[in-house]
Design a protein around this ligand. Structure first.
Ligand code: PLP
Length: 401
C-alpha cells in the first residue's frame, strides 16, 4: 500500500498552496548541475557575492565564545540597536531598538507581520507583478490576497477601488522584485492616504533598498509624515551583503505591534542563532564602500544586459533604476519563451507570469550570476535570435543560400 495515500489528511492551507517558483527553479538548477548538466542560472535572487571574511570571522569567534544557546527572542540588543540606527540613518523616521525584531531573513519578517495582522477571511492588497511569497504568506495566515495590477506606475484609483470592509493591509515593495522599479514619493503618499482613510496597515518591503543606482533615488515609505504608526518594515542583509544563506533580516514596527509579533517569534523560531547575529553585527560595521562596490557591479551588469537584450528582435528591455533584475517584454507566451531558453540554450530564467498575471509576456532575468555566466548567456541569446531572424528572412524571401 502506498504510504502517502494512506496518511491522514493535510490542511487545505498547504495543499492548495503553489510552491515558490523561484525556490523551485533554484532547486531544479542545483539538481541539473549536480547531475553534470550545464545550466546558466539567471533565475535566482541570490547575489553571487562571497560573504566578507570579517563577517565569517565574527561568526567563528562567536561560536568559539560559546554563543551556541538560545538568545533573546527579539534579537541581541546590540544588533537591534545597530539595525535601528541603520534604518533611522536611511532617512525619514527615527527607530529605537524596541521597535526592531531580528528575524531569519526578510521572508520571515513579512510572514510574522502578516501573522500579527491578518485574520481568517481578511483581505490584503498587493501589486501584480510582485515577489512570489506575498500571496502565499497571506494565504498561510488564512487571508485573501487581492491583486492590483501595477506593471508600470501604481494607479491609486485602482487601489482605492480594491479596498473593502475586510481589507487590513497593503503590501508595498520598493524597489520592486521583479521589475526593478522604485516607487515615487507621490505613489507612496497616495497609498498612505488610502491606508489612513480606511485605517489599514502598510507592510513595506525594502530588502533591495541598498541596490538603488541613483543617489537619493530611494524613498522610504516611513519617511512620509504619519506613515510610521501604521507601517511594518521588512528588511534583510541577504541582498546587500551576499548573506542569503545566513538568514538574517529584521522587522521594524511601532512598539506595541513589535511586542505582538514577538509572540509569533517566541512560539515559532524562538530566536535567530546568536552566532549568526554576531556575524550580522560585523556586516553592519563594514565600510559603506563595500556596499557601493556591490551596487556598482550590479549597475554595470544591468547596463550591459539591458542593451544586449534590447537589441534582440522582438524583445524590449528597459534598464531599471534598482535591484539586479531585468523584466524584458518578450511578447507572446512567456512560459514558452522561458522553456525554449532553457531547452535550447540552457539559460534558466523565470516567466513573468510566475509573479502574477500582469507579468505575462515578460521574463525575469536575475543578474546575480557571475560576469562570465552573464556574458555567455548574452552571447548565446545573440546567436540564437540572429539565426532565427535569418531563418525567417530566408523563408520570407524564399532564399536557400
Ligand atoms: N522580499 C523580496 C521582495 C524578495 O525578493 C526577497 C527575496 O528574494 C525577500 C523579501 C526575502 O529575502 P530574505 O528572506 O533572504 O531576506
Amino acid at each position: 500500500m502506498n504510504d502517502a495515500i494512506s496518511s491522514p489528511r493535510l490542511a487545505a492551507r498547504v495543499c492548495g498552496l503553489a510552491g515558490s517558483a523561484t525556490v523551485e527553479m533554484s532547486e531544479r538548477i542545483r539538481q541539473a548541475q549536480a547531475a553534470g548538466a550545464e545550466v546558466l542560472p539567471l533565475a535566482s535572487g541570490d547575489p553571487n557575492l562571497p560573504t566578507h571574511p570579517e563577517i565569517i570571522a565574527a561568526a567563528h569567534r562567536a561560536l568559539q565564545e560559546g554563543q551556541t544557546r538560545y538568545g533573546p527572542a527579539a534579537g541581541l540588543p546590540a544588533l537591534r540597536t545597530a539595525l535601528a540606527r541603520r534604518l533611522s540613518a536611511r532617512g525619514g523616521a527615527g527607530y529605537s531598538a524596541d521597535e526592531l525584531l531580528v528575524t531569519p531573513g526578510g521572508k520571515f519578517a513579512v510572514f510574522a507581520a502578516m501573522m500579527a495582522v491578518v485574520e481568517p477571511g481578511d483581505e490584503v492588497i498587493h501589486f501584480d507583478p510582485c515577489w512570489v511569497s506575498y500571496r502565499a504568506c497571506v494565504r498561510l495566515c488564512g487571508g485573501v490576497p487581492v491583486a492590483v495590477p501595477a506593471l508600470g506606475t501604481i494607479d491609486a484609483g485602482r487601489v482605492a477601488a480594491a479596498v473593502t470592509p475586510r481589507t487590513r493591509m497593503i503590501v508595498v515593495n520598493s524597489p520592486v522584485n521583479p521589475t526593478g522599479a522604485v516607487l515615487s514619493r507621490d505613489e507612496l503618499a497616495a497609498l498612505l492616504a488610502i491606508a489612513e482613510r480606511h485605517d489599514l496597515w502598510l507592510l513595506f518591503d525594502q530588502v533591495y533598498a541598498e541596490l538603488v543606482f541613483a543617489p537619493d533615488g530611494f524613498v522610504p515609505l516611513q519617511s512620509l509624515p504619519g506613515a510610521k504608526r501604521r507601517t511594518f518594515i521588512a528588511d534583510s542583509l541577504s541582498k546587500t551583503y551576499g548573506m542569503t544563506g545566513w538568514r538574517l533580516g529584521c522587522l521594524a514596527a511601532p512598539e506595541a505591534a513589535a511586542k505582538a509579533v514577538l509572540k509569533v517569534i517566541q512560539h515559532s523560531i524562538y530566536c535567530v542563532p546568536p552566532f549568526i547575529q554576531a556575524a550580522a553585527l560585523a556586516a553592519l560595521a563594514l565600510p559603506e564602500s563595500i556596499v557601493e562596490r556591490h551596487r556598482e557591479r550590479f549597475r554595470r551588469r544591468r547596463d550591459v544586459a539591458a542593451a544586449a537584450l534590447g537589441a534582440l528582435p522582438g524583445i524590449s528591455c528597459a534598464a531599471p533604476p534598482a535591484t539586479f533584475y531585468l523584466f524584458p517584454k518578450v511578447g507572446g507566451d512567456d512560459k514558452a519563451v522561458a522553456a525554449e531558453w532553457l531547452e535550447k540554450l540552457a539559460i534558466a530564467v523565470l516567466p513573468g507570469s510566475a509573479f502574477g498575471a500582469a507579468g505575462a509576456g515578460h521574463l525575469r532575468l536575475s543578474l546575480a550570476c557571475s560576469d562570465e555566466v552573464l556574458d555567455e548567456a548574452l552571447a548565446r541569446l545573440r546567436r540564437h535570435y540572429l539565426a532565427n531572424s535569418r531563418d525567417k528572412d530566408e523563408i520570407k524571401t524564399g532564399s536557400t543560400a
